[in-house]
Design a protein around this ligand. Structure first.
Ligand code: GLN
Length: 216
């Protein structure tokens, strides 16, 4: 096993919880607030990481802060080069290439646009409609505690996207965890539980990437 260094985007939201999970899984976590090496365009020093995590929070705020810091294009470039990226909740929204409001109208907000998927913000209702469910996540666990907080859902995917989990939204079953190569996104928050299996799964993708980087 190679020692892994994971960058956790720390503009806003639940980044500490992700750092804690990464450390519990035996890797190193570093909070990223600004470009680690601003002169080193276009990846801005993010290539020192073996993977990146974008936490839950408010996708408009995180997206705006990423754009202002110059990190939005650097993170997108990392993803295009094959670096594993995991986004939970607001992080899922930022990874998708189409974002819609709860009513289905297309929104124009900063995004990474790496996942060929359409995501609906607040698809499960408002804050007071937040809930915990137990769902199977393909390749990860038969039964995972999934915490949904003003969570998004995926309403359409491209053929390169694999659906790992689904959840029922107002009588309709929609994807709540997806994967496209080394990109992962969940509507829910494994970092708010004691279950490290989703993060361990993400770190296994980071391990492959780190090995490939070392061999190059
Ligand atoms: N509703 C938030 C958004 O649209 C996401 C909520 C979360 O990350 N828990 O950005």
């Amino acid at each position: 096993m190679m020692p892994l260094n994971i960058g956790v985007i720390a503009m806003q939201g639940a980044f500490r919880e992700h750092c804690r999970m990464v450390v519990r899984c035996g890797a190193q976590a570093q909070a990223v607030r600004r470009a680690p090496a601003p002169d080193d365009a276009p990846l801005q020093g993010l290539d020192r990481f073996d993977g990146l995590i974008i936490p839950g929070g408010e996708s408009t705020v995180i997206g705006k802060m990423l754009a202002e810091s110059g990190l939005l294009s650097a993170v997108a470039a990392c993803g295009r080069q094959g670096m594993p990226i995991y986004g939970s909740c607001a992080g899922m929204i930022l990874l998708c290439d189409e974002i819609e409001g709860p009513g289905g109208d297309l929104l124009d907000q900063p995004r990474l646009g790496l996942l060929r998927a359409r995501v609906r913000r607040n698809a499960f209702g408002r804050q007071k409609e937040s809930f915990v469910s137990h769902i199977p996540v393909k390749g990860v666990a038969e039964d995972m505690e999934a915490v949904f907080i003003r969570a998004p859902a995926i309403t359409a995917v491209g053929k390169e996207v694999e659906v790992l989990a689904e959840t029922c939204v107002c009588g309709v079953t929609l994807p709540s965890a997806i994967r496209q190569g080394r990109l992962l996104a969940t509507s829910f928050h494994p970092e708010l539980t004691e279950d490290t299996r989703f993060h361990a799964f993400f770190l296994s993708l980071c391990q492959d990437y780190a090995r490939q980087k070392a061999a190059a």
